[in-house]
Write a protein that binds this ligand. Structure first.
Ligand code: FES
Length: 217
């Protein structure tokens, strides 16, 4: 058993390993029954909001995404209440939420542009500019900080050869600081796209980056 497994570097608290796939952690059924168009309407707001594969120029809410958007609307008493998952859907498709995307969302939900911009800029989960295929969010809040988060952050920045918020030359990585990720019992916690890596130390960083590049998730 590797050192990583002993320290429980799981996925959102699950006992796991850094190299587990989404299918292995969540189960084939869950992943296999999560079609792009949303499946059962009850499941539509629960999609991963950051994926490695996306296109900043992709059409918004067309084809299966239009279907998922329509299902989202059925989940709420009024259109404006669907704003957060609609922004998440847009980010899933394009990787970030540009002013143009915000305007389109405002149009679809019959909301003022300023309202959508206000909500989008309030939440750090929405990327306001393009990021690498893997968005690496290192928690530097108190618990993680006391356990060496600054060194983990520095290791991600130096290994990817980037500054904070910058996209690496190969387009793969963007490293940012995050506030508490609610995994304080497993410092340092790092969120990469929609997945948590817990108990991360600087020594783990090259390993994590290599695996991301290898398996593309
Ligand atoms: S302080 Fe890092 S997860 Fe809470």
């Amino acid at each position: 058993m590797s050192d990583l497994r002993v320290r429980n570097p799981g996925w959102a608290g699950n006992t796991g390993e850094f190299d587990l796939t989404e299918e292995q952690v969540r189960g084939d059924d869950f992943v296999g029954t999560r079609p792009v168009e949303g499946g059962h309407p009850a499941a539509t707001p629960s999609y991963a909001y950051m994926r490695a594969e996306r296109d900043p120029e992709a059409p918004l809410f067309e084809g299966p995404y239009a279907e998922r958007f329509e299902k989202l609307l059925t989940r709420y008493p009024e259109k404006r209440a669907a704003l957060l998952p609609t922004l998440a859907l847009a980010q899933e498709v394009r990787g970030h939420v540009s002013p143009e995307t915000m305007a389109r969302v405002a149009e679809l939900l019959d909301l003022p542009d300023a309202y959508v911009r206000g909500v989008t800029s309030f939440y750090t989960m929405y990327n306001k500019r393009e990021v690498g295929r893997f968005l690496i969010q290192v928690c530097t809040n108190i618990s993680c900080n006391l356990c060496g988060a600054d060194d983990v952050l520095e290791a991600f920045l130096s290994t990817t050869d980037t500054e904070l918020g910058e996209i690496s030359k190969d387009g793969d990585f963007t490293v940012v600081e995050a506030e508490c990720l609610a995994a304080c019992g497993f410092p340092t916690c790092v969120q990469i796209n929609s997945r948590y890596y817990e108990n991360v130390t600087p020594a783990d960083v090259p390993n994590i980056l290599d695996r991301l590049k290898e398996r593309g998730e």
